[in-house]
Design a protein around this ligand. Structure first.
Ligand code: FAD
Length: 314
């Protein structure tokens, strides 16, 4: 079975759910080999199907931006000639993928939501134009490098050997072009990670800039908080919480949109949620075409009442 290289994202040594999803997707097209940057190889890599783990343990990968990681992955690609390379469609993953494809003189597909094998070629499904079109694509030149969107698969446990192979790369000066001069961890909100949360509560322009009701409601449910682009562009919520075409894609069990009209670019990031609820004071708002349950009302009144009721029933 051909090897499929999977770039693992593991901030502070904890493998992200989108990386485990990549291992599950890789197993559909070949034998997954994880490419892990760090000192302690997490056991979850073998548990979720990595037959091999290429471990790159060197401070250079922490000290610089993506250059060294991209160079190391490109070297592995040249040595192993895998059937494909899968990277998470995060900002770092996409940048590494682009650099690797360039070095390998390969085609590059981003924002895939599925990857499959068709005869000799690896094909992808992409959701484009805010989810309005589904495109099938295949790389026609070189080893396919594919960036896969989070929530494209459910990670499946698959006990694999997880044989660790230490890899050492002489990183070139060119790859060390941008050094990290300082880094500060995000203040912990205590809320789950947006793309991994089972419940997402989001706010839009209808919040008027005050997310306190949205956050209190989210906390009563143990949910992550998201935002529409209108809220982000107004400076009311940080960009890394934006949901939609130019933000993150979420697919939780429950999505609650508050004061969000339901523009197609917002839908693109949440329409695969299992149950969708909206609170909007305009009964004609397009979001109501999409919802399982809708509340026509002012979020400033509805959310505190709902929060109080949930807290009471706990
Ligand atoms: P609005 O459309 O202004 O809607 C606000 C809603 O709040 C209204 O329906 C109103 O009735 C309701 N409301 C007002 N007050 C209250 C209240 N007190 N209680 C309850 N309801 C209330 N958008 C994204 O979200 N994500 C993206 O990634 C994204 N990418 C884009 C990419 C491109 C290329 C473009 C062109 C646009 C993109 N957009 C994106 C923007 C998108 O088109 C919309 O402008 C945006 O989603 C609107 O945000 P909103 O629903 O919060 O605001």
């Amino acid at each position: 079975m051909s090897e499929v290289l999977v770039l693992i994202d593991a901030p502070e040594g904890k493998v992200t759910k989108p990386s485990l999803e990549l291992l599950t997707i890789a197993a559909r097209i070949g034998e997954p080999s994880a490419v892990f940057f760090g000192s302690d190889v997490p056991s979850s890599l073998a548990e979720y199907g990595a037959a091999k783990v290429y471990q790159l343990d060197d401070a250079v990968y922490e000290e610089y931006l993506v250059g060294p990681k991209a160079e190391a992955l490109a070297q592995l690609v040249a040595e192993k000639s895998p059937a494909a390379v899968l990277v998470p469609a995060t900002s770092e993953g996409k940048e590494i993928g682009a650099r690797v494809a360039l070095k390998a003189e390969s085609g590059y597909i981003t924002d895939a939501v599925d990857v499959a094998v068709d005869g000799d070629s690896v094909t992808t499904t992409q959701s484009v134009f805010a989810g309005n079109f589904t495109v099938q694509a295949a790389v026609t030149k070189g080893i396919p490098v594919i960036a896969v969107k989070p929530n494209s698969a459910t990670p499946e446990k698959a006990d694999a050997a997880g044989t660790v192979e230490a890899v050492s790369v002489d990183v070139s000066d060119a790859a060390k072009g941008a050094k990290i001069t300082s880094s500060k961890p995000k203040e912990a909100s205590g809320r789950p990670e947006l793309t991994e949360a089972a419940i997402v509560v989001s706010g839009g322009r209808g919040t008027g800039g005050d997310f306190s009701e949205v956050e209190a409601f989210a906390d009563s449910l143990g949910a992550a908080v998201g935002a529409s682009r209108a809220a982000v562009d107004s400076g009311w919520y940080p960009h890394n919480f934006q949901i939609g075409q130019t933000g993150k894609t979420v697919s939780p069990q429950l999505y609650v949109a508050n004061g969000i009209s339901g523009a197609i670019q917002h839908r693109a990031g949440m329409q695969t949620s299992k149950t969708i609820v909206a609170v909007n004071k305009d009964e004609e708002a397009p979001i109501f075409e999409l919802v399982d349950f809708g509340v026509v009302g002012d979020l400033k009144t509805v959310l505190p009442q709902a929060t109080e009721e949930i807290v009471k029933r706990k």
